[in-house]
Design a protein around this ligand. Sequence first.
Ligand code: AVJ
Length: 323
Amino acid sequence: MSITTIEIPTDNKTQFLQETLKGLQSEPKFMLSKYFYDAIGDRIFQQIMDMEEYYLTNAEMEILQNQSAQLSEAISADGTAFDLIELGAGDATKSIYLLESLLDAQMEFSYFPIDISEHVIADLEENLPKKLSSLDITGLNGDYFDMLKKAAELSDRRKVVLFMGANIGNMNVADAESFCLSLKQLLAPKDLLIIGFDLKKNPQQILDAYNDKGGITRSFNLNLLHRINKELDGDFNIDQFEHYASYDPASGACKSYLISLKNQIVNIGHHVIQFAENEHIFMEISQKYSLDDIDQLATKTGFKPIQRFFDQKQYFVDAIWRV
Ligand code: AVJ
């Protein structure tokens, strides 16, 4: 067992400030959902995953619980040692089933969880080895592509990239295409990508998952305003912003916004931002896909779709693509 943490010395706070100002000085205004995940945001997201309306987590959990052996088989078909690189590993409660199956099958591999959240990587490195003592794990804290390159520098084995949890949904379709293209360029022939998509389904069911009765998603979005107040010396009056979620069944785009309830001025450090009454800040997209949409995304970006794994209700799919 080896445990290493690699951190990149970038000035996170400066980047947070620059990207926040850029978004709030744009027309229409936007924020970046990657900033939802501070310590409090991580905790609220856990609550989202636990809530009744948020079907995604249970659906993908079911796939991993019931079909890890088949997934492991597909990954191991090649027979050679590999690096399992997980983008946005979170607490790995789902991938742990796959890790178990791979260890059971005596596959030779190293696990590289990548996450933007420091807490997440520290937790994983502390806790995963307690559950899986023979696991070779190297946590990478930072940006997906920076850390993927880092992982490639550390080893030249074949790569299996895990990108689960419908994290690709946080990109619009055009951005998802450029993301997949860039990812493909970092991979070699025969490398694999296992990628999770939330499927298009009953529109009300989707909307309910992002507009829960308990207001957890609301506080998830509003937490970013709290975070800006704390970390960037902002003075958002949180009560004067309201969460608004929408789902468009035609495009599959589920979007969330914060709406300014009045004309108001917000200071961020010495920067001044004006809000008109009812002006919106675009906060997040959670894009939904049909099976055809998914295959098109694969072929457009140079991947070959080879296998799909569904939950019973077909709410969710984990697809295996090969370069
Ligand atoms: C972590 C991107 C998969 O879009 O469903 C959940 C984040 N936002 N509720 C999603 C989220 C509001 C989530 N992902």
